[in-house]
Design a protein around this ligand. Structure first.
Ligand code: GLN
Length: 535
């Protein structure tokens, strides 16, 4: 049974400073010293889960193996630590309130007035401590979403104050702030940092470590000044300078001694604690930074204005490109704008095409155009989720000559519903669910490209969709050269299709991008990029 320690990462001054990356980097450094670590995100919005959030506003919806639709920061945690996260790793204000209100309705509070303190804060603390309660982790690192001073984050900061009181030095606060550079004055300014540390103090919380986000190196003098004004030791004031790749951050934070300062403050004897082994990580970052030759990949999707909507796909492509010693040249193409007239111009130079996931009608036609172009011109192409569904519809229309082929999601009146709601899906869903969410087992056909890529028969991948390939068309597809090479183990639902005569044309109903990590890039992406660079 481990004596779990709790670390909180808060943020001040502005949002988007990269708290998730700092939290994941700290997790990585502690893990690389042999500790068991898990990262958690507390989100201050009222949505019960992030599943219904518009990707334009909030970026991608990440899915955990246990089927939770989560904040995209969980993706960073998994990519950095290589450890799976679960529903308990992401909690929103909506869920906290829902739990408390459910308890109130059940009469659990015995007629007491239900209040933010203690009822909401107790529920927040319960959700934090739950991760450590089984004794599986040495460290639970909890990132508090939002910025200190926001109304929304008050109950979270209050919970941190209470926990600090309860747990003493088993609890530590890392506060991330921003140090702007005023070009006219040629100076780095620490006042916003001082104010945000004060805002925390007003809520009863003293930061133990300050990480200063900056575009310029922060001198020892400035660190000394921040230490003095903010009640922290000088060694606990560190910088996180802008870097071309987020994967540099753990190495930079190691140079800043973030892990050492954390361990010392939490009572560890550094002499007796192994140094962080970042060898594999460093090798990856060097490959990523030193690759010269480009691989040009296009992602065809409808949320391309906000690249965060495709966060995990982009990161998976980066991992796989570095693995293949190539520099990723990425192009995000708005599917709504693709047409028979411009497809050649837009895609003739790319080495590979990813057709992205998505819901609903908009942008479908552009996806069909891109798929036809990739199929006919032997360009490596990976279709993910809706990408695989459009792949099957395009094939049915243009190869099998079912001109009205469609998905019932898009056109319920079609006579060739290639993508449909299938009874087999209902059989394997949890009661009440209408979407296939989380990890499902899949069996690969020996001799297929998929089998060759995974090098095993049994795989497990994460899903997030309502519609399925219609099994009634399986024979037609296979006869015409589109092999159904991966089938769901419990139900025979088609999980992978591949065009046997093509260099690399594979559609997957699941989301491989959720499980690609720095140390273990996903085999499908590795193989896709490899095909893309082959002459
Ligand atoms: N719209 C599709 C479905 O619900 C695919 C969803 C997705 O791409 N994640 O089945």
């Amino acid at each position: 049974m481990k004596d779990t320690k709790y670390i909180f990462v808060t943020g001040g001054v502005t949002s988007s400073l990269g708290k998730g990356i700092i939290a994941a980097s700290l997790g990585k450094l502690l893990q690389a010293r042999g500790f068991k670590v898990t990262n958690q995100k507390l989100d201050p919005y009222i949505n019960v889960d992030p599943g219904t959030l518009n990707p334009y506003e909030h970026g991608e919806c990440y899915v955990t193996v246990d089927g939770h639709e989560a904040d995209l920061d969980l993706g960073h945690y998994e990519r950095f630590l290589g450890v799976e996260t679960h529903k308990a790793n992401n909690v929103t204000t909506g869920r906290i309130y829902q739990n408390v209100i459910n308890k109130e309705r059940r009469g659990d509070f015995l007629g007491k007035t239900v209040q933010i303190i203690p009822h909401i804060t107790d529920e927040i603390k319960r959700n934090i401590k739950q991760l450590g309660s089984k004794g599986d982790f040495d460290f639970v690192i909890t990132e508090i979403g939002g910025t200190v001073g926001d109304i929304e984050s008050l109950p979270y900061i209050e919970s941190v104050r209470q926990l600090k009181w309860e747990l003493g030095n088993k609890c530590l606060i890392v506060h991330l702030t921003y140090v702007p550079y005023l070009a006219a004055a040629k100076e780095l300014k620490t006042k916003p940092t001082q104010h945000s540390v004060k805002a925390l103090q007003e809520q009863g919380v003293q930061a133990d470590i300050l990480v200063l986000r900056t575009e310029h190196n922060i001198s020892a003098d400035i660190r000394k000044k921040v230490a003095l004004f903010c009640n922290v030791e000088q060694s606990a004031v560190m910088q996180s300078i802008d870097v071309p790749t987020i994967y540099r951050v753990p190495l930079n934070m190691q140079d800043e001694k973030l892990d050492e300062v954390v361990l010392t403050k939490m009572g560890f004897d550094l002499e007796k604690t192994p140094k962080a082994d970042m060898e594999k990580w460093t090798a990856f970052v060097e490959k990523l930074e030193n690759a010269k030759e480009e691989v040009h990949i296009a992602i065809i999707g409808k949320y391309v204005q906000l690249p965060d909507a495709y966060k995990s796909i982009i990161e998976s492509l980066l991992h796989a490109s570095a693995y293949n010693n190539k520099k990723l040249k990425l192009e995000l193409i708005l599917s709504d704008k693709l047409s028979e007239e411009n497809v050649e111009k837009k895609l003739q130079k790319v080495n590979g095409i990813v057709v992205a996931p998505g819901f609903g009608q908009r942008g479908m036609d552009g996806k069909f155009v891109a798929l036809k172009y990739a199929r006919e011109n032997n360009i490596p192409c990976l279709g993910i989720c809706m990408g695989m569904q459009t792949m099957s519809i395009e094939f049915a229309r243009n190869v099998l000559n079912y001109t009205d082929a469609n998905s019932t999601e898009i056109d319920p009146s079609t006579t060739h519903n290639i993508v449909d709601i299938m009874d087999e899906q209902k059989d394997i869903l949890d009661l009440g669910g209408s979407m296939r969410l989380g990890a499902y087992k899949c069996k690969l056909k020996k001799g297929s490209k998929a089998f060759d890529i995974y090098k095993k028969e049994n795989i497990s991948e994460r899903h997030r969709h309502r519609y399925e390939f219609n099994n009634a068309y399986k024979q037609d597809f296979e006869k015409a050269g589109m092999l159904c090479s991966g089938l769901n183990v419990e139900s025979d639902l088609v999980e992978i299709i591949e065009l046997t005569s093509h260099k690399w044309y594979i559609g997957v109903q699941f989301h491989p991008e959720y499980s690609s990590t720095v140390v273990n890039p996903h085999p499908l992406f590795i193989s896709f990029v490899k095909a893309a660079i082959e002459k």
